[in-house]
Design a protein around this ligand. Structure first.
Ligand code: LLP
Length: 437
């Protein structure tokens, strides 16, 4: 269901999150507004951490690409998780938040020399090497600094998860990682083992996002363990870590049936155990990298409804004061989201409408065909499961300032990302002398 964590309908018939009526949030912090349910987010972190810890030496990394800002990094640290970063910017944010560098894993298919240097100087826990160029560059940088850097190799196992084309990554024809099937991955292992500046801790893979089928992970585990077995047989070297990436699906809309966290842990760990045993390997430390499953259900976007338009006999559009600027997912991936009118949460949803954003694009539609109570200008639309890949993928298209983000908990609300102003929009604009008035 879309009401998760502390979300409920209060006795005035309004949506409440973290003990606060969301209408008060809009009044105090403006619209549109990203709201994060702190307790819900922490519970999701604990649920993954504990479910996997239950099975021994495991580690859960939060994929910060889903939502990265100082406060979120702080919470992840407090909850004892590690952090997956994929750029100098995410790494910088984590370090500024005081996140312990040794629990950071650094990903990316084209890390620059500067980014790698930054990671080495910070002392990140692992660098996940994606390609031969990076392998050589990192080895040289490590040697220049007199370091031996712990790495994982990113492997492309050739598993096609059932998900949207743009968010699946494990298939052979992918820009990421060393391909398993054509000998590249094997070549990468041999070279990594010869690099004096690098220490190969293990392997990494990531097969895609919004995955519901445990079989996709099982199949991946089989391929990865088989490869680890070959590595041991041919080099005598036994890898300590197996990082299976993220991609754990969540509920967005009817029809989405994600397995429970306990189920994921059980299926994944038991399968690694069984396969490792069969292969004569000791149990590697299993690492997972959920992003969406931790933060998305804890996020709600509040919009104010404005204009509406009826196309006779076809559909009714209602427009909100945000759109693809603050949530590009529907436009990019045909992603679905659930919504209610937060101030009419107890009224019957007896009208089917489509929710439009305010960008100058026909494709700027947030939700097609959603049942809502009769909507009027000034109503507050709450769109659910928007914690992940909304702020982190937001833009200023049409020169719209980004909304604020508030963290709510037990009746308290705190701004964790300020609303952008029109002034922010021109902050980096420059006028050359010849254009000056
Ligand atoms: N680890 C790696 C190496 C990844 O590439 C990703 C996501 C994750 C972990 C976290 O995946 P999650 O658990 O959040 O599904 N913007 C798209 C999703 C792109 C995911 C990219 N990589 C969306 O809005 O659906």
């Amino acid at each position: 269901m879309f009401l998760t964590g502390t979300m409920k309908i209060n006795n005035t018939g309004h949506l409440e999150i973290g003990g606060i009526d969301v209408l008060h949030l809009v009044k105090d912090y403006g619209s549109p507004l990203w709201v994060i349910d702190e307790q819900g987010f922490r519970d999701n972190c604990r649920s993954f951490r504990d479910a996997f810890l239950n099975y021994g030496d495991t580690m859960v990394l939060y994929a910060s690409k889903s939502l990265c800002c100082l406060s979120i990094c702080r919470i992840i640290d407090e909850e004892g998780l590690g952090l997956d970063v994929v750029s100098g910017g995410e790494l910088y944010t984590a370090l500024q938040a005081g996140f312990p560098a040794d629990r950071i894993y650094f990903h990316g298919n084209n890390k620059s020399r500067e980014e790698l240097n930054m990671a080495l100087e910070a002392g990140v826990g692992r660098i996940v090497v994606d390609n031969f160029y990076e392998l050589e560059l990192l080895n040289n940088l490590s040697r220049e600094k007199g370091l031996i850097t712990d790495i994982l190799l990113r492997i492309t196992p050739g598993v096609e998860a059932h998900t949207h084309e743009y968010i699946k990554t494990g298939q052979i024809d992918s820009k990421f990682g060393f391909t398993l099937t054509d000998g590249q991955a094997w070549e990468a292992v041999k070279r990594a083992l010869q690099c004096p500046g690098l220490f190969l801790q293990g392997l990494h893979c990531h097969i895609g996002s919004q995955i519901f089928e445990p079989e996709s992970f099982q199949h991946t585990i089989e391929l990865m363990i088989e490869f680890m077995k070959k590595i041991k047989a041919e080099t005598g070297y036994e890898l300590a870590e197996l990082d299976l990436g993220g991609g754990f699906g969540i509920y967005y809309a009817p029809g989405d049936l994600p397995p429970t966290t306990e189920k994921w842990a059980e299926v994944i760990i038991n399968h690694v155990k069984a396969q490792a045993e069969k292969a004569g390997l000791k149990m590697p430390r299993v690492i997972i990298e959920p992003g969406r499953a931790l933060i998305s259900p804890a996020g709600v976007t509040l919009y104010t409804i404005g204009s509406s338009k009826e196309v006779t006999g076809i559909r009714k559009y209602i427009a909100v004061d945000g759109g693809m600027n603050d949530n590009p997912r529907p436009a990019l991936y045909n992603a679905r989201h659930s919504a209610i009118i937060a101030n009419k949460a107890q009224l019957a949803a007896d009208e089917t409408v489509s929710v439009a954003g305010k960008c100058c694009e026909s494709g700027d539609m947030l939700i097609w065909d959603v049942a809502l109570p009769q909507a009027e200008a000034g109503d507050i639309l709450a769109v659910f499961a928007t914690g992940a890949y909304t702020y982190s993928m937001s833009s200023n298209y049409n020169r719209q300032p980004r909304p604020a983000m508030v963290l709510v908990n037990q009746g308290n609300a705190d701004v964790i990302i300020e609303r952008e102003t029109y002034k922010d929009l021109i902050r980096n604009d420059r006028i050359p002398g010849r254009l000056k008035k």
